[in-house]
Design a binder for this molecule. Sequence first.
Ligand code: ADP
Ligand code: TPW
Length: 580
Amino acid sequence: MDDVATKPAAPAAQAIPQPATDGFQLVIDALKLNGIDTVFGLPGIPITDLTRRMQKNGMRVIAFRHEQNAGYAASIAGFLTQKPGICLTVSAPGFLNGLTALAHATTNCFPMILISGSSEREVVDLVQGDYEEMDQLAIAKTMCKAAFRVLHAEDIGVGIARAIRAALSGRPGGVYLDLPAKLFPQAMDAQAGKNSLIKVVDPAPRQIPAPEAVQRALDLLKSARKPLIILGKGAAYAQADADIRVLVEKTGIPYLPMSMAKGLLPDTHEQCASAARSYVLPEADVVMLIGARLNWLLSQGKGKTWGGATAKTWGGQKFVQVDIWPQEADSNVRIDAPLVGDIGSCVKALNAGIGSGWPKPPSAWLAAVAERKSRNVAKMAETLAKNPSPMSFQSALAVVRDVVKANPDAILVNEGANALDFTRSIVDMYKPRKRIDVGTWGIMGIGMGYCVAAAVVTGQQVIAVEGDSAFGFSGMETETICRYNLPVCVVILNNNGVYRGDEKNAAGGADPSPLVFVKDARYEMLMQAFGGVGAHVKTPGELRRAMEEAIRSRRPTLINAVIDEAGGTESGRITSLNPK
Ligand code: ADP
Ligand code: TPW
C-alpha cells in the first residue's frame, strides 16, 4: 500500500488572519506621520479612548478644564511652531466650546485643526435626537478656512492630510475635522491602512513674488521722504527673522512692530519707532506693511484715531503691502505696491534689490522720529520712577519690564484692557515670538490656554500679565498648569473690576455695577488650591521678589498684585470705540 495515499489529506490552506488596524489607530498614525505629537483637548464620548490610545502611542495629550482654553492653546501652538495646533473635543457642546477658538485662529491667521467627535450622519441628518446631536460640519464651515468629515477608516489619511494642508498653506487658518463616533472602531487591514496614510509634502510652499512687483515696491520705497515699515504678526509667524533684520537695517527705515511682532527685532533697536507711534503713523509718506493688515488696529489706514485720540487724521500715504493673501491689498485703502508671496521669499527678494548704494531716509525724518522718541521715553521714565501707594499699572509694570529684560527667552502672555495697553508700551521684548496676546479681536480669555501651550511647546518660562477680568475667563486652568507642573508665573494686575474697580450702580441700587468684582479678591489662593505658589503683593519690591522666585523655582505661581482701583480708563486706549 502506498504510504502516501493512506495519509490523511493535508488540511486546506487556512486564511491567515491579517493584522488589523482601526480608526482610532489610523487617526493617531496619520497625525504622527505628519510630525504632530501633541494635542490639546478634553475627553468624553466619543473621543475618550482616542485620548488614551494617543497617550499609549507616545503622543502628548494636554487635557483642559474647558474646550475653549484647549482651543486657544492649539491656536497659539500653531503660531509658535508653524505646525497646526490640534484641539480635540467631544460633540455638540464640546465642539461649540472649541469653535470660538477655531474662529479666533482663522481671524488671526494661525494654523489650527479642531477635531471633534460627532454623532452619525444618518441620525443627525434626520434630526432623530442623538446624544449631543448637532450638524457640526455645517456650523463649522462658516467659521474657518476649511471643514472636512471622514466617514470611512480608509479615508482618514486623506482627511488629515487635507486638514493639515488647508491649515498651513497660503494664509494660515483654522480647519475643522469632523470624526463621527462610528469611524473610530472601524477595522481594516493594517497594511492597507498604512498605505492609506499621507505624509504631506511641502504643506506651506514658498510663494515667490513677481520680479516686477518687487521692483515696484523698491521704487516706491526709494522715492519716500518719510518711509516707515510696519511689522505684523504675520512677519513673526513667518520665521524670517534674519532677513527682516537685514531689510530694516539695510534700508535704515524706522519701523513699528505690531503687538505680537514686538521683539522680532529688539524693542530697544535704534530704528524702533514704537515710542513715537502716534507721530510716525500720520506723518509717514510711504508705509511698508509686512504681515500686517490695515484693520481696526491700524485705523483701517484712514481713521482719525490712528495712534490714539490725539493723533492727526491719517490719509494720503502710499503703501507697499507684503502679504501671502492676494486679496488683502486694497481692503481699506489703495495699495500702491502689493507684494504677494510668503514673507521669507518677499523679504529676500527686496534685500537682493537693495544694494550698498541704497539711500538712507532723509536725515530730517530720522531726526524728527528720534526727537519724538526721546521725549516720550523721558516722559515714560518719569512715570515709571514714581512709587505710589497703592501701586499703579506703571509702577507694577516697571518691575515686569526689568524681569523680562533679565529673562529674554521667557514668553509673555498678555490680556486685559489697561493691563494690555500699559504692558505693550512699557515692557520691551528682545526676541521674536515672545509676546502673545489678545490678537486681532482683542479677545479676553486667551490667557491660561496660551500659558499652557507656550510652556508645553517651547519648554520656556512663561509670564502672564493679566487684568483681573481677563484672568477670570480661563482661571480654572490654573489646575491644568499645576497638573502638568508648568513653569508659568501669572501676574494679575488686580484693580477690582473691568477697566477699574470704583464704579457704582448708576441707579444707586443694591446690585454692584456690572463692571466691578468682589473687592480684594484673593486670586492667588486658586493656584495654592492646586499645589502651586500664591503671593499677594502690594509694592513693587514684593512683586519683584515674587516674580524672581517664580522664575528661579519654575513652579506654577500666581501673584495677585493689588493695583489702585481708580487707575484704569474705560477700554484702555480704545475708549473712543465705545458708542456714545
Ligand atoms: P497684526 O495684527 O500684527 O497687524 P495681522 O494678523 O493683521 O497682523 O496680519 C497678518 C498678515 O500676515 C495676514 O494678512 C496674513 O495673510 C499674513 N501672513 C501670515 N503668514 C504669512 C507668510 N508666511 N507670508 C506672508 N504673509 C503672511
Ligand atoms: C470675549 C470686553 C475688553 S477688556 C475687558 C473686557 C471684559 C476686561 C478689562 O478688565 P481687566 O483689565 O481684564 O481687569 P484692566 O486692566 O483694564 O482692568 N468678552 C470677550 N472679549 C472682550 N474683549 C470683552 C468681553 C472686554
